[in-house]
Structures are given as C-alpha cells and as structure tokens.
Write a protein that binds this ligand. Sequence first.
Ligand code: CA
Length: 546
Amino acid sequence: MKLKRDKFRNYFRKNFVLLLVLALITGSLGACGSKDDWRSREVTVIDDNYRTWYEIFVYSFCDSDGDQMGDLQGVISKLDYIADMGFNGIWLMPIMPADSYHKYDVKDYLEIDPEYGTMEDFEELAAECDKRGIKLIIDLVLNHTSSEHFWFTEACDYLESLGADEEPSAEDCPYYEYYNFVKGNPNSDVWYQVGSSDYYYEGMFWSGMPDVNFESQGLRREFEAVMDFWLEKGAGGFRLDAVKEFYSGATSKNVEVLTWVNDYVKAADPDAYMVGEAWEGLGTYAQYYASGIDSFFDFEFAGPTGVVTKTLTFSGETNSAQAYAKALSRVQNAIREYREDAIDAPFFVNHDMARAAGYMQYDERKVKMAAPLNILMSGSAFVYYGEEIGMTGSGKDENKRAPMYWSADASAEGMTRGPLDMEPQENQFACAEEQMKAEDSIYSFYKDTILLRNQNPEIARGTVARLEEVEDQDIAAISKTYDGKTIYLLYNISETDEKQVTMSAEQYGELDIAGYLSVDGGAVTMKDGVVTMPSYSVAVLRPAES
Ligand code: CA
C-alpha cells in the first residue's frame, strides 16, 4: 500500500504542471461550449430553396492536376471547406466546352469542357454535394451560343450555299431558324455578316456569340433536351444567364420565355431551383417574377452603388441604417407584387463586378460589416468565391475572376494561375489558409454570419417588417416572421458608437439574444429589455425559451 501511495505522490509531483494545464484547457473548453456562447446553439437547416450559395468560377478556384487551371476535381477537393463555412448551395459558372476562358460561349451543351474534366467528374461532384446536403446548380446560357456551335456553323454554311434568288427554308436546314438571320445589311453594330453572303446575324454581346431565336420551336425542343440532360446528371437547377437579352428591351416577351423554361424544369423536377440574371433596376427585375422562376438576383443591394455599399460608405439620411431597413421591406414588397412566393436572391458581388473590399477602401471593419448586411437578408443569399477573405479585383473582367487566394505561395497545391489577360492582383488581406486560423479574420466573420443564418430559419424565410419605433438613424431594426415565429434583428451601423436599443417585454415579449456578430469582438448584451451593442454589430433576438 505504502509503495503504491508513494508512487502516486511521485507521479502527481512529476506531472503537476501537465495536470494543471489539462485542467485549464478543460475549463476553457467548458466555457466555449457553454450555453452562453451562441455558436453552440443548434443549427436548423431546412432542405428547401432558401439556401446560402457559393458562386464558383471553376477556372480560378482550385486545380487538381497541376496544370494551374481549376477543374471539377479541384471543386470536389474543396467541398469540405465550402460546407464547413455553412454554405448549402453551389452555383458553378459555365462548365460546358467553349473557346473563351469564361465559357459563356457554349460550343456543346451536352459536354464538360476538357479543361475542367469529364462528365464522370461532374457526376462525382453532384454525388459528393448530395452527401453534404449541398444543392448544385449550373450556369445555363440560353441567350446565345458560340459561333463555333454546329447549329450555327451548319446554318451559316447553308446560307452561304444558297443561290442569289433562292429563299432559305427550315426544311432544308432546321438550324437556320435557331438564330436571327436577315438578308441585307441592317447597318447596326450588333449585326455581323455571314461570310461574304448577303446574310447577317445578331450578336448582342459580340460576333462570337450569335443570339438565338426563341420563336423557333425546334430550338426550344433542343434546350428542353439540354435541361433534361443536366437534371439527370445531378444538377439541382440552373442559373439563367442574361435573361433580359432574350428579347432585348421586351420584358413581357422575356417573361414568356422564362415561363416556358420554368414550367419545363419544374415538371421534370419540382424541387429544382432556378435563379435568373435580369440586370435591371428593381421596378423591372421584379416583373420577371411573373414567370414562376424562383429567384432573380437582387441588383438593388449589390455593387459599388447598391444599398449595402451606400449604407456603409455614403453619408446622409438616405444612406442611413434606417434607410437600409426601409430598403429591405421595399424590395420584398416589390417582388411580392408579382408573386407571393418569390424568393429574393441577394448578393453583394458577382463575376461581372469589382470585388467588394475595394468599395470599402480595404477598411477591414467595413468589409466585415458588409457580410451580414447581405447574408442575413431574406431569400437565397449568394457569395462570390473569395469574398469571404476580402480578395482584390477590379478593372477588366479578368481581374474580377482572379485565382482563389488559398495560399500566399502561388505554387502551393491547388493554386491556379487565373485568366491569361488578368493583371497581377495584390491581395490586401491574408490568404484563406491564414484567415481560417484567426478568430478575428474576415473569413471567421463570414462563417459566423452564415452560422446565424443556419441557426435561425426565420432569417432566410421570414417576412420583414421595420420596427418604426426605433428611430436612431444608425440602427436598423426589423422583425422577421416565419412559421408563426417572430424574431428580431438589430444592426448597429455606427462606425464609432456603442448604442442602446430598448426592446421592452411589454412590446415584444421576453426576448433572449440568440446570437450576435461584432466587428471588434465586443459582446452584445441585454439587461431589463435594453440591448447594448458595440459599434458595427448585429444582434438576433428570439422569444425567451420557457
Ligand atoms: Ca487543372
């Protein structure tokens, strides 16, 4: 016995420091995991079309085979990164064969561009997304094809073969109807000559992208087969490119085309998700909801002059937090006028826009604060790859599509070289590898923002109402109601001041702080119905659990 006791005593003496350290670690872990930390709250992700989406330009995202061009296997290798951030949807920019680096000029709608991999890679990607609860949608470019697509080359060959007095006929060449051809020079800079013939074709974007003719039933049947094909391969829906150019300037005709697309896809897969790009002001893009398409991108809040940038960088009452809250309900009401179940699609930046960090002059506090102003909006929120680490990119389009900044070492595994005509990009914030290790990074702030969204299903799905009784110009105060529950979101958008907001139990019932974001790391607290919020913070309040 004695011997044993001595042994224990010696062991204890020798290992005292180790035991002390263990005790401290256990204690701190206990604190992190306690119910006081909102991050440990349960996540309630509903399998519907109110998701948080990650937009990927495959070319610049992640390379798997050492040629420094991104590919589908590279995307697969980063699915855990994407899922870990809380995203449950991915939009891939075009993946079909094309001559351009951006691949919006499709040569074959039923193949994968060889730079990106194979059809087997796509099926594997779809299956791996499925395992993680991620819905995968792909870019579908219906407005135009590549001038190298065989529909177009056959139509041109046919027109060139006609004699001077011969009229073209779709019976001799069905593809002739698929495009907008006219005889005689229309003398317009969007029309191009077919070889040396008398025929001209329309190309709204450029000569390499002839516009298709949606009057052609043959063309519509071709596109129906394309949509069937990708749904069958595992796509969960489509992002529809350039929908306002189907019939440029004719919204009601564009809505008719989209109604056909929507009816066809929903008949094939009622759960499919579709989001359209109608790059217009709110009054016009809202009208597109009449087509039945789930979502249209919310250009009102996006870009260098959108509501979010104005709220953070412009002064005056019209750019205040109050104005932000008003804009949230304005958009909601505008789109519901056309369809009660419309799903707004907020985003801050896409591949056609300069990256957001530049709008904020690389002010890290503002770059962070922009995340909740976008991602906590109702609807399906989209984040362009690299925004979560505040990447740099402006000027020519290639610069906006720069290599995902995984590592400070440009030759590290997975790194891509980016578009050939890209100007060298110097990132102002650390690479993903570094930011993932830092609790106070832009990356961690994005991740916390998405976590809040995933913990509170009302954030994506709720009907917004502004709390008019909160009058401070620096505070946006809204409620979101979904499935019989109402939660409250408070945003302190003062760049310098701590704020107090009264949320009395008499008016709102007993509320708890369900979670919060704070740019400088200070806590949001609540006492006797008064919420104290540090500068640049957001609080989510839920009815107290009895
Ligand atoms: Ca590659």
